[in-house]
Ligand binder design. Structure first.
Ligand code: BGC
Length: 723
């Protein structure tokens, strides 16, 4: 945890000068307001409904807004209601109940692929402002789980496999949201890294493995973004449920990291009232729990048991302090008009920065605009772009281009398993770029038909999609519905074929060698079609870099078979992570195995020359510097990455810094990136802290995690760092 915040907390937020906080600090206000609350009022602040008519006993009060959650306010003391909505990608659709629509950001992986913290901030600010203008004051955003398991159905909501990249991007998104006076969460705390068995699986992991991976991502995100709330997850961690975990909540989060905000449960994740004693501060979506634990049960305990009474006060204090700090007490969201054009431009910018060109061996890309006959095939690219499913689903203001039910017997399952297309047609955007060409479209349903169209064309662009969603993992990494066969047929018919992937994460590419070029466009959001066309035609550089490894085969994964996949639904199981803290590229580096595409990888349309890497130790810590020159003929984006490659204890690979540099032809810029010492340290359980061994540390510059330059070494003294 950053020293500044720890100091602020240690001395109370009241220590912040009045000029920065107004005449009364958030902490003072929270304490004095707490003193005026009755027991019933306190109880009313620590539990709430899912704000939709779901469940027999639920009435949604008229002042609530249809959304994920509602906690009534206390007007006599100026405490507004908490009006909560999902989620990280925009104001959500709420099981199809909201019809006003909102701007859909590209998936979290797309935004992480930009490696652009500023874009993450702007995206957060945009969705925070939309939430505010729809009357919400809490966004259940800030997904910071690691893409440890590439089959995880929710990876598209998260920010990849690396703690530094995830923590940085999540922290910036949270900052952007909260600067609009909308509280953001960081979620789902913690180790909620797959959907299969998410309510029942027990993650067994040792302290060092957790601290150096998933927890580190949260630690960095929280330090940077200071979210008002942290949402605990459904799964168990080393025994207790995460929302009932003394070690995780009271221990790691509140004691070690000095987290001053509140912990809200995931919806239906509270196992008992005793969770309050273990650090849970608020029960959310209470109709999904087996009973409302933080209602009457907690009230009775608070009347008779001093420990519960004190805890209830702390729970309320934390909620009030966060509300005041973020400013929802003074600037609660107000219904107001939204400029969807301007917001769409923000989403498009993120998509353009995050699209990754994976192969381009014959320089088919960028498209010259000279092809006379262009075939566009598949992916429903005539109507729009696919998006991911679940609570994070955003529907566009004018309604979706299409929704395709994928099966589900209950209302919730049917909603969770629906693939929605956002109305930003790649075909229309490509047409706008190639007015002189003759465009033909084939749905790609029949590969033979698509192949015959490909044969008659100068250029083929084939779109393939893979839907992923909350509550369900993908059984493997293939493209569904015969799309591999479609690509095989089309690329065999015409090698001048660009394959555009719209996927929720990594996929296998058995046809890779046949393709003219391959582009990963992720779920590209509200203006995805335009963004794809602009990258294909080179209006902007191809500048995305993978935030997760693309495996060559599932046999390379730490768990070749998805844990829990063969069990009955809701049958409990233990989940051990063979890779420990070696998530993603670190696993491949430790085993010396080659993935299909490594973490950090992506092609630009120009070329760069890199000067020697220098890592210097100064009074303010370690800094990595390198000069980068654009040696090509067009403007482009370099993303030099710095990796630790060995420490005194031996070889290890960890991303420790990067910069996104926009360079004109011939231009040179020097990147300078500070290196956080915690990234060099190992967690020592016996010392309950981080330790850096004294000795030689080696660093390399990389264009990806497996293309590393020569190493430079620095000798550092041994050091202990607090938890
Ligand atoms: C999801 C959360 C979401 C919540 C409210 C849960 O099922 O795991 O991410 O914020 O529902 O919709």
């Amino acid at each position: 945890m950053g020293r500044v915040w720890a100091v602020v907390f240690a001395f109370g937020i009241a220590a912040i000068p009045a000029s920065a906080q107004g005449p009364v600090s958030a902490d003072e206000w929270a304490h004095s307001t707490l003193a005026k609350l009755t027991l019933d009022e306190k109880i009313s602040l620590v539990h709430g409904i899912m704000a939709i008519p779901l469940g027999p006993k639920v009435t949604v009060p008229p002042e609530a807004i249809l959304g994920a959650g509602y906690i009534p306010g206390i007007p006599r003391l100026g405490i507004p209601a908490l009006k909560e909505t999902d989620a990280s990608l925009g104001v959500a659709y709420v099981m199809g109940l909201r019809h006003d629509g909102a701007t859909a950001l590209p998936s979290g992986l797309a935004s992480a692929a930009s490696w652009d913290p500023q874009a993450a901030y702007q995206a957060g600010a945009m969705i925070g402002q939309e939430a505010w203008r729809k009357g919400f004051n809490v966004l259940l955003a800030g997904g910071a789980n690691l893409a440890r398991e590439p089959r995880n159905g929710r990876n598209f909501e998260y920010l990849g496999e690396d703690p530094l990249l995830t923590g940085t991007m999540a922290g910036e998104a949270i900052r952007g949201i909260q600067d609009q006076h909308v509280i953001s969460t960081a979620k789902h705390f913690a180790l909620n890294d797959q959907e299969t068995g998410r309510h029942v699986l027990n993650v067994t992991i040792d302290d060092a493995a957790a601290r150096e991976s998933d927890l580190l991502a949260f630690e960095l995100a929280i330090e940077r973004g200071r979210p008002g709330a942290v949402m605990c997850s459904y799964n168990r961690v080393n025994g207790p449920y995460a929302c009932d975990s003394e070690p995780l909540l009271n221990g790691v989060l509140k004691s070690d990291w000095h987290y001053p905000g509140w912990v809200m449960s995931d919806w239906g994740a509270v196992p008992s009232v005793a969770a309050a004693l273990h650090g849970l501060d608020q029960e959310s979506g209470e109709q999904l729990d087996t009973e409302v634990f933080f209602g009457n049960s907690l009230r009775q305990l608070a009347q008779t048991d001093a420990t519960y009474r004190a805890r209830l006060d702390d729970m309320v204090l934390r909620i009030l302090r966060a509300m005041r700090t973020v400013g929802v007490t003074d600037h609660s969201g107000q219904p107001a008009a939204i400029d969807y054009d301007a917001d769409g431009a923000v989403a498009q910018h993120v998509a353009e920065e995050g699209i990754v060109v994976l192969t381009n061996p014959r320089n088919v890309l960028p498209l010259s605009g000279k092809a006379r006959r262009i075939a566009i095939i598949g992916g429903h690219s005539d109507i729009g772009v696919i998006s991911g499913g679940g609570s994070s689903q955003v529907a566009p203001p004018g309604g979706p281009a299409a929704t395709i039910p994928l099966g589900g017997l209950s209302q919730i399952d049917a909603f969770l398993h629906t693939s929605m297309y956002l109305p930003s047609s790649p075909v229309a955007a490509i047409r706008a770029h190639s007015a002189q060409a003759q465009l033909s479209y084939s749905s790609g349903e029949y590969p033979s038909e698509a192949a015959s169209l490909a044969r008659q064309s100068d250029l083929v662009i084939v779109f393939v999609t893979k839907w992923m969603g909350e509550g369900v993992d993908t059984p493997d990494l293939t493209l569904p519905a015969g799309q591999d066969d479609l690509i095989r047929a089309v690329t065999a018919a015409n090698p001048n074929t660009v394959v555009v992937l719209e996927t929720g994460g990594a996929v296998l590419m058995p046809w890779l060698e046949q393709a003219g070029a391959v582009v990963e466009a992720w779920y590209p959001g509200a203006r995805g079609g335009q963004a794809i066309a602009r990258v294909l035609f080179g209006d902007v550089d191809a500048s995305g870099r993978l935030p997760m490894t693309f495996p060559a085969a599932t046999s390379q994964l730490p768990n070749p078979v998805l844990p829990g996949a063969n069990l009955e639904a809701e049958q409990a199981f233990d989940m051990t992570y063979p890779e420990g803290s070696n998530v993603g590229y670190r696993w491949y580096a430790a085993r010396g195995s080659k993935p299909l595409f490594p973490f950090g990888y992506g092609l630009s349309y120009t070329q760069f020359a890199f000067g020697p890497l220098a890592v210097n130790s100064g009074p303010n810590g370690l800094t990595a510097t390198v000069a980068v020159t654009n040696t090509g003929a067009r403007e482009g984006v370099a993303i030099p990455q710095v990796y630790l490659t060995s420490a005194p204890e031996g070889a290890r690979e960890r991303l420790v810094g990067w910069r996104r540099l926009v360079l004109k032809p011939g231009e040179t810029k020097t990147m300078s990136a500070p290196i956080e010492l915690k990234l060099l340290a190992d967690w020592q359980k016996s010392e309950h802290g981080w330790r850096m061994a004294g000795g030689t540390y080696a660093f390399s510059l990389g264009e990806s995690a497996d293309r590393l330059g020569p190493s430079v070494t620095v000798n550092l003294g041994g050091k202990r760092l607090p938890p």
